[in-house]
Ligand binder design. Structure first.
Ligand code: ADP
Ligand code: MG
Ligand code: ZN
Length: 480
C-alpha cells in the first residue's frame, strides 16, 4: 500500500527584544543563572504585569511576513500547569484570540513552489530552565529565561515529507532573521520546534492519528525525528497495530522516539483570559506602518539580484539563503563592480570553507574588504586565480591580509618573459618523451608540460604566458 506522510510544525522563536514580555528585566541570553529576575517575573504576590509593546510589534511583523491577517483585537490567556519552571503556575499565552491568523508561506521544493498554510502566530512567554544533571538528587532552576517573549508559529498539516519540513523550517528561520525579530540561535534555544506526524493511505481524506515530539532544538534533530516517526507509523499500520495519539520524546543520540505521555486535552490547562494583562486593540495605522517598514525579504532580494546584478537565479538563491550572507555579498558589491565574480568566489570557495568548518555566516573571518583586495590582486595579475584560492584558505586561518601572505610566501605570479622562457626550456629538456609525443600529434602531452611548468614554479607562472611560450618553444623544436 502507498502511504502519505502528513506533518504540522509548531515553531517557537524567542523575540530579540531588550526586555521580557511582562516586566522590565533584560531578555538577553546569559550564562550566569538567576541574575535577570525581579519580583514580577518571579510572580511575587501583589505584582502586576506590564505588556511589552515592542514584543507585540515584533509578533505582528512576523505575522505580516508570513502573510497573516492581523487581528484588530487580541488578548493574553492563562494556561495553567504546575511545574517548577514557572513560579506563576501558569503560562501567559494566547489560546482564544491570537495576534495573527490565516497566513501562508511559499516554500521552494524540488517539485516547485509549495504553499504551506500558517494557522496562527501567537505571543507567549518562555519558561525557566531546569538543570537536572548537576546533582544526583536535586534539580536546579534558572529563571533568567522565565518571561522572555516568544512567538509560536503553527503550521497547517500541509507538509508532506520530512524534506518539505526541513525546507519549511529553514525558510521560516531565514524570514525571522531578515525581519530582525529573533536571532534564531538554535544552540541557545532561541528557536525550537514541535513536530506533529501522522500517516494515511494515499487517497484517504481524513488525517491519520498523530504523535507529537516537543522541543527539538536543531533542524537535523527535527528532520531525523520526522523521518523516524513517519517510518514508525507506517510499520505499525503494516503490522495492524493501532496508533495512539501521544506525546513522544525524541532521543537524538539514539535516533529514536519514546512514549512520554498520552496527549493532554486543552481543558486540562483550564485556559481563561488573563484578567491582569491589558487587552490589545491593534491600530490599523500601526499595521500599515509596520508593513511599510518591512525590510526586503529573501524573495524580493532574489529578484533584485537577478535584475540589478544580472546574476543567475541559482546564485541569487544561494547568496540570499541567510541575511548574514546577503549582507556580506552586498558589502562586497559596494567595493567591486563585477557581481558575478564575487558570486563565484563567495558561492565556491568561501561557502566551501565555511561549510567545512561549520562557521556561521555572521562570523566569516575574511572581511568583504579583504576578499575584494584579494580579487583585485588576481585581476591585476599579481597572483593567479588558483594561488588566490590558496591565499583565501590561508586568510581564514590567520589575521593576515592577502598582500602579507603573498609577500611572506613569495607567491607573486611570475610574468617575466625571460624568466618563464628559461624555466620552460628546462622543462622541455627534462621531458623529451612528452615533447616527442606532442610533436607526433599527441596534443594531450601539452597538459603534462603545462603541469610540469606549474610545478617548477610552484603554481606561480602566469598561465596565459605559459601557454603562449610553450606553443612557441614547441613550434621551434618541431623545425629542428
Ligand atoms: P495542539 O493544541 O494539541 O498542539 P493543534 O490542533 O493546535 O494541537 O495542532 C498542532 C499542530 O499539529 C499543528 O501544526 C497542526 O498542523 C498539526 N496537526 C494536527 N493534526 C495533525 C495530523 N493528523 N497529522 C499531522 N499533523 C497534525
Ligand atoms: Mg502542540
Ligand atoms: Zn522580571
Amino acid at each position: 500500500m502507498d502511504y502519505e506522510i502528513v506533518i504540522g510544525l509548531e515553531i517557537h522563536a524567542e523575540l530579540s527584544t531588550n526586555t521580557k514580555l511582562l516586566c522590565g528585566c533584560s531578555a538577553e541570553f546569559t550564562q550566569e543563572p538567576n541574575i535577570q529576575v525581579c519580583q514580577d517575573c518571579l510572580a511575587m504576590p501583589g505584582t502586576l504585569p506590564r505588556l511589552n509593546k515592542r514584543a507585540v510589534e515584533y509578533a505582528i511583523r512576523a505575522g505580516i511576513a508570513l502573510n497573516c491577517d492581523i487581528s484588530e483585537y487580541s488578548r493574553m490567556d492563562r494556561k495553567h500547569y504546575f511545574y517548577p519552571d514557572s513560579t506563576k503556575a501558569y503560562q501567559t499565552t494566547q489560546q482564544f484570540m491570537a495576534l495573527s491568523k490565516n497566513g501562508y508561506l511559499d516554500i521552494d521544493t524540488d517539485d516547485g513552489i509549495k504553499r504551506i498554510g500558517i494557522t496562527q502566530i501567537h505571543l507567549e512567554e518562555d519558561a525557566g530552565k531546569l538543570i537536572h544533571d548537576q546533582y544526583e538528587s536535586e534539580s536546579l532552576v534558572d529563571y533568567n529565561r522565565s518571561g522572555v517573549p516568544l512567538i509560536e508559529i503553527v503550521s497547517e498539516p500541509d507538509i508532506r515529507s520530512p524534506e518539505e519540513g526541513r525546507i519549511f523550517l529553514e525558510t521560516v528561520k531565514s524570514i525571522l532573521e531578515y525581519i530582525d525579530v529573533s536571532d534564531c540561535k538554535m544552540q541557545e534555544g532561541s528557536l525550537r520546534c514541535d513536530v506533529n506526524v501522522s500517516v494515511r493511505p494515499k487517497g484517504q481524506k481524513e488525517l491519520g492519528i498523530r504523535s507529537e515530539m516537543k522541543n527539538l532544538n536543531s533542524f537535523r534533530a527535527a528532520y531525523r525525528a520526522m523521518v523516524y516517526e513517519s517510518k514508525r507509523h507506517i510499520d505499525m499500520i503494516e503490522r495492524g497495530e493501532p496508533i495512539i495519539r501521544e506525546t513522544r520524546r525524541w532521543d537524538d543520540a539514539m535516533g529514536k522516539s519514546f512514549p512520554m505521555r498520552t496527549k493532554e486535552e486543552a481543558n486540562d490547562y483550564r485556559y481563561f483570559p488573563d484578567p491582569e494583562v491589558v487587552p490589545m486593540y491593534i491600530d490599523r495605522e500601526m499595521v500599515l506602518r509596520l508593513k511599510e517598514e518591512m525590510p526586503e525579504l529573501p524573495k524580493e532580494k532574489i529578484q533584485r539580484y537577478i535584475r540589478d546584478y544580472g546574476l543567475p537565479e541559482y546564485d541569487a538563491g544561494v547568496l540570499t539563503s541567510t541575511k548574514d550572507l546577503a549582507e556580506y555579498f552586498e558589502k562586497c558589491i559596494d567595493l567591486y563592480d563585477n557581481p558575478k565574480n564575487i558570486s563565484n568566489w563567495v558561492m565556491g570557495d568561501i561557502l566551501r570553507i565555511v561549510n567545512d568548518r561549520a562557521i556561521e555566516h555572521s562570523d566569516i573571518p575574511v572581511t568583504p574588504e579583504r576578499l575584494i583586495e584579494l580579487l583585485n590582486m588576481v585581476d591585476d595579475g599579481v597572483i593567479s586565480g588558483s594561488i588566490g584560492k590558496k591565499v583565501l584558505e590561508e586568510m581564514f586561518d590567520s589575521e593576515k591580509d592577502a598582500n602579507q601572505i603573498v609577500e611572506e610566501k613569495g607567491l607573486k605570479q611570475i610574468s617575466d618573459e625571460g624568466e618563464l622562457v628559461n624555466i620552460i626550456k628546462k622543462v622541455l629538456d627534462d621531458n623529451p618523451q612528452s615533447v616527442e609525443d606532442y610533436l607526433a600529434g599527441k596534443k594531450k602531452a601539452m597538459g603534462y608540460l603545462i603541469g610540469q611548468t606549474m610545478r617548477a614554479t610552484r603554481g606561480k607562472a602566469n598561465p596565459q604566458m605559459v601557454n603562449s611560450i610553450l606553443n612557441k618553444e614547441l613550434g621551434s623544436r618541431s623545425n629542428k
